[in-house]
Design a protein around this ligand. Structure first.
Ligand code: SR1
Ligand code: MG
Length: 396
């Protein structure tokens, strides 16, 4: 893999991205390159470069020194590009084929050059259109088990694990999550963004003592529990898929945190889909929710039995304790994600694109209720089937 340095940071354009691709010798001399900036996320530029002759392509992702979603008034570290590239490589060692290949990085330009995934769709977009991605939950359940187990103390020597905790320290991006997921939505904060028709529900959240106490505990867990190298932002906009393939992208929020966080974010984004769909389509999403947990927990539990470093792995009840903790954490984190995606700064298209105002508000209220109940009842919910039952009660 090429590591280019010595350049001064400057934002790429479609033209300079092509020049860079040529410099990196990633195409033949005869290639006729075209480039389009396709980034639709909150933070970065994404350049798609294709050779008109061979039809081969690459992606150049560049971090901007500020949050694109807000503008230059919100500065943001460029170091996240290195964290993202290194995480793709580390996770790719374990979750083989489930993350894009990295071809080159340049720390000064804050770029990652990677595999072209343009034959796939962003899962959020596809789900909104009614796609069902039959392999999605099996692939993501495996990705979660492989990446989270293999970067944890269960699989690594304590010195190696602690060195990784330092290497993947990502304070600025973590602060965004601490604020936008765990703090601002639960207070009358200026970053919040909600429809006036939700005023009563939002004020009920701000004054719900029990809910805030439980969110405080979840935030504390996010701040202090360095269990595994997380993706850190595993929503359905961070996954590309087709009927045959799944690839997890965008781990710029990666850091060592609680295992349930990645699982919770993914489940929450499926739950939004469950809430916005009906009939058979909802059942299909509910099966994805169940299967994600079943695949993850079965694999993780198998791996745990073979742990090289945990002397207690065969103590009866230990495996169940570990899995139960991850399950309850996941539900709590899912609840926080549901609430922040409805009333916080960064919304989801699944809800905001519903044109009928009455329907949109009804479904946003259901999303808020699902979030609240997952947080406050997480220790009483004893199975993934019980999560589906809870959703059924909210949807009546
Ligand atoms: C200012 S960044 C807003 C959100 O976009 C990212 O994808 C993360 O989810 C973050 O919370
Ligand atoms: Mg992202």
């Amino acid at each position: 893999m090429a590591v280019v340095t010595t350049k001064q940071y400057e934002s790429l354009t479609e033209e300079t991205a092509i020049s860079l691709a040529k410099e990196l010798s990633l195409f033949s001399n005869e290639a006729q390159l075209v480039c389009k900036e396709i980034g639709d996320g909150n933070l970065n530029y994404v350049f798609h470069i294709t050779d008109q002759v061979s039809k081969q392509g690459i992606i150049i992702k560049q971090a901007l020194p500020y949050a694109k979603v807000i503008g230059e008034s919100w500065p943001l570290t460029l170091k996240r590009a290195k964290i993202e590239a290194t995480t793709l490589q580390k996770h790719g060692e374990y979750a083989v084929g489930l993350v894009p290949k990295v071809y080159a990085t340049d720390e000064d330009l804050a770029i990652t050059v990677m595999e072209d995934l343009s034959h796939l769709q962003i899962v959020r977009e596809g789900l909104i259109k009614g796609e069902s991605y039959p392999k999605l939950s099996t692939d993501i359940g495996e990705y979660l088990a492989l990446t989270l187990f293999n970067t944890s103390d269960f699989a690594l020597h304590p010195f190696e694990k602690k060195a990784l905790v330092v290497e993947f320290s990502n304070p600025e991006l973590c602060k965004i999550t601490e604020d936008l997921i765990f703090t601002d939505p639960f207070f009358n904060h200026e970053t919040n963004d909600f429809e006036p028709a939700l005023q009563a529900e939002v004020e009920a959240i701000w004054t719900n003592h029990l809910l805030k106490l439980e969110v405080a505990k979840l935030k504390r867990s996010f701040l202090t529990e360095a269990e595994a190298l997380l993706h850190g932002d595993l929503h359905t906009g961070s996954i590309f898929a087709s009927e045959q393939e799944t690839k997890v992208i965008d781990p710029e929020f990666a850091f060592y945190g609680p295992i349930g966080f990645d699982i919770g974010l993914f489940l929450a984004n499926l739950i939004v889909q469950s809430i916005t769909r009906e009939g058979e389509q909802r059942e299909f999403i509910n099966e994805h929710i169940q299967n994600t947990w079943l695949i993850f927990s079965a694999k993780f539990s198998d791996f745990l039995k073979q742990s090289e470093f945990d002397s207690f792995k065969n103590i009866e009840g230990y495996d169940a304790f570990v899995l139960e903790k991850i399950f309850h954490d996941s539900l709590g984190f899912a609840g926080c994600e549901l609430i922040r995606r409805t009333i916080g700064l960064a919304h989801v298209k699944d809800l905001d694109s519903i044109e009928n105002q009455e329907q949109r508000i009804l479904l946003k209220k259901q999303t808020l209720k699902a979030g609240e109940l997952l947080i406050v009842r997480r220790y009483q919910i004893d199975s993934i089937d019980a999560v589906i039952e809870l959703l059924g009660e909210i949807q009546q």
